[in-house]
Write a protein that binds this ligand. Structure first.
Ligand code: UDP
Length: 339
C-alpha cells in the first residue's frame, strides 16, 4: 500500500481528496495547522471512509516538524494543499502569504527532492489573469499576478520548475483549479468558511440559510450574455479524483515530462445569475440577491479547455452544476446543525 502525505488534508479540497485517496486504496498521512478549518472535517473523513488517518497538527513553516513527518513515515507521494488562500487578505498581509506559502513549499521540497518523492501542487487558474483567448489551455500565457496570493501560486510553480531542473529524478504535477464548489454527497465534509465568505457559493449558502441577509452580485454590465461574470465551476469531488489520478500517474512512471501542468475544470462557463437560478431550481428556494457595483480585480470570464487533462490524465469531470449546488446546500444544512 502506498502512502500519500496530504498537507492541508483537513481543508476543503484536502478533505475530499483524503477521502478519494483512501477509497482508492492509499494510506494517508495528514498535516494541517487547522488555521482555516475545524476538526469536524477530520471526523467527516473518518465517518465516510471508516479509516482513522494519521494526523499531525502543525505548521509546515516548521522545518523540524516537516523532517519529523518524513522520518516517522514512509511517504511515497505528496499532495500539497496547505496554503493561505484569501485574495483580499493577501493584499493587506502580503508577507503572511509569502512566508506561509513559500516556506511551507520549500520545506516540503527539500524532503521530497532528497528522497525523490513526487509532489502534486495546488495551483489556480488565477495564474492566467485575464486571458486573451477562451477557453484557457495549459499553453495560455501566464499573466502578471493580480494579488500576492496569485503571485504565490505563480512563483510556487516556478520554484518547482527550478527544483526539477536541478534534480532530474524529482517529479511534480501542478493542478490549476478553476472554481471548486459543492460537497461530498454524505454531507460529512464540505467548505467551511471562517468569517465572512469571499467566494460566491459559500456566501450564497449563508444567505439561503438565513445567516446573511442578501447576496451582492458584483456587476451586471460585463460583456457577457446576462452581464454577470462567467466562471468554470467544478465539483470538488471531481477535483479530488483528479488528484488521485495525478499521484498514480507519477507513482506508475507515466509522466511524459518531469513537470506537468493540468487545468482542472469542466470546460463549461456559467454566469453568476445562471448559478443563482440553478441553485434556486434544484433546491426549491428563493434567494435574496441584489446587483451591486463590480468587484475590483474580477476577471470578466474564464473557463477551461479540458482536452489535455481528459486525454493525458484520462480524467473527466462527472458532475454538473445542479449536482454541485444540491450537494452544497445539503452540506450547508448539515453545517447549520453542527453550529
Ligand atoms: N461574486 C459575487 N458575489 C459574491 C462573491 C462573488 O457576485 O459575494 C462573483 C464574482 O464577482 C465572480 C464569481 O462570483 O464573478 C466567482 O467569484 P469567487 O470569489 O467565488 O471566485 P473567483 O472566480 O473570484 O476566484
Amino acid at each position: 500500500m502506498k502512502t500519500v502525505l496530504v498537507t492541508g488534508g483537513v481543508g476543503y479540497i484536502g478533505s475530499h481528496t483524503s477521502v478519494a485517496l483512501i477509497e482508492s486504496g492509499y494510506d494517508i498521512v495528514i498535516v494541517d495547522d487547522l488555521s482555516n478549518t475545524r476538526l469536524d472535517l477530520l471526523e467527516g473523513i473518518k465517518k465516510i471512509t471508516g479509516k482513522d488517518p494519521k494526523f499531525y497538527e502543525g505548521d509546515l513553516k516548521d522545518e523540524k516538524l516537516v523532517a519529523k513527518i518524513f522520518n516517522e513515515n514512509q511517504i511515497d507521494a505528496i499532495i500539497h494543499f496547505a496554503a493561505s488562500k484569501a485574495v483580499g487578505e493577501s493584499v493587506t498581509e502580503p508577507l503572511k502569504y509569502y512566508k506561509n506559502n513559500f516556506l511551507s513549499l520549500v520545506n516540503l521540497l527539500e524532503q521530497a527532492v532528497s528522497a525523490s518523492i513526487p509532489l502534486v501542487f495546488s495551483s489556480s487558474c488565477t495564474v492566467y489573469g485575464t486571458p486573451d483567448l477562451l477557453p484557457v489551455t495549459e499553453q495560455t500565457p501566464v499573466k502578471p499576478a493580480q494579488s500576492p496570493y496569485g503571485n504565490t501560486k505563480q512563483v510556487g510553480e516556478e520554484i518547482i520548475v527550478d527544483t526539477i531542473a536541478a534534480n532530474p529524478n524529482f517529479k511534480a504535477i501542478s493542478l490549476r483549479y478553476f472554481n471548486p464548489i459543492g460537497a461530498h454527497e454524505s454531507s460529512h465534509i464540505g467548505e467551511l468558511p471562517l468569517g465572512v465568505p469571499n467566494n460566491l457559493v459559500p456566501y450564497l449558502l449563508q444567505v439561503a440559510a438565513g445567516e446573511r441577509e442578501c447576496l451582492s452580485v458584483f456587476g451586471d454590465d460585463y460583456n457577457t450574455p446576462d452581464g454577470t461574470c462567467i466562471r468554470d465551476y467544478i465539483h470538488v469531488v471531481d477535483l479530488a479524483e483528479a488528484h488521485v489520478v495525478a499521484v498514480k500517474r507519477m507513482l506508475d512512471g507515466l509522466s511524459k515530462e518531469p513537470y506537468e501542468v493540468f487545468n482542472l475544470g469542466t470546460g463549461q462557463g456559467n454566469s453568476v445569475l445562471e448559478l443563482i437560478k440553478v441553485f434556486e431550481e434544484v433546491n426549491g428556494l428563493k434567494l435574496n440577491y441584489k446587483i451591486v457595483d463590480r468587484r475590483a480585480g474580477d476577471v470578466e470570464q474564464i473557463y477551461a479547455d479540458t482536452t489535455f487533462a481528459n486525454e493525458e490524465l484520462g480524467w473527466k469531470s462527472r458532475f454538473e452544476l445542479p449536482d454541485m449546488l444540491r450537494s452544497a446546500w445539503n452540506w450547508q444544512k448539515n453545517l447549520s446543525k453542527l453550529g
